[in-house]
Design a protein around this ligand. Sequence first.
Ligand SMILES: C[S@@+](CC[C@H](N)C(=O)[O-])C[C@H]1O[C@@H](n2cnc3c(N)ncnc32)[C@H](O)[C@@H]1O
Length: 210
Amino acid sequence: MSFVYMKILESRPERYDIGMGLLTLGSLTKIKRQIADHVHPGDRVLDLGCGTGTLAQMCIERGAQVTGVDANSGMLAVAKRNSPSANFLNISLSNLDEHLEDESFDIILSTLAFSELTRAERLHVLKQIKRTLKKGGKVLIGDEIIPENLLAKFFYYAFRLPMRLLTWIVTQNTTNAISNFDDDVRQAGMEIVNCQPFMLGMFILLEIKK
Ligand SMILES: C[S@@+](CC[C@H](N)C(=O)[O-])C[C@H]1O[C@@H](n2cnc3c(N)ncnc32)[C@H](O)[C@@H]1O
């Protein structure tokens, strides 16, 4: 995936969904549909780094009550239009402890947001997930990883470093494909119970329980 375009798309929220659909060749939408299939009527759902609210809306259409969290007010303005009945919090994922109650969500989900966090932030958010997830609840995380498939790994490394540099020059920001995530999940006191690869293993959908 092109990290530069992803960051540029985030700065143009109106075009974000069309751009991401093209960049991920439809994989992101597939991952979101699969996540939404886990949702049942009446579930309380938390979407971390909800962006333009497309996944929030899929969950609402399945009868859930959704809270979306994002630090980018431009993305949230689009999210409020895409999903008018969701509740959105314009806060950083580093401040979840101040805003969310213990054991208050049946399902906590996130797509392409963990890869924008540092490892320390990821661990902090995973601990907050454990705190706010109800007993028997489910966590679903779709994100990009460093692939294991050799061909995919070659493309990944051939483009990754120059793209990271270019991303930083254009946006003064970068992304960190997730690695050692299973260690982080364990450290937060949870376990990965299923891992499904997409696009030669460049994206994964994880199901996590506490
Ligand atoms: C690549 S977008 C993904 C958006 C959406 N989940 C999707 O899959 O279409 C990443 C989102 O995470 C949000 N984000 C990144 N770091 C964040 C942080 N520390 N606190 C809150 N939101 C954050 C960004 O503002 C952005 O909307």
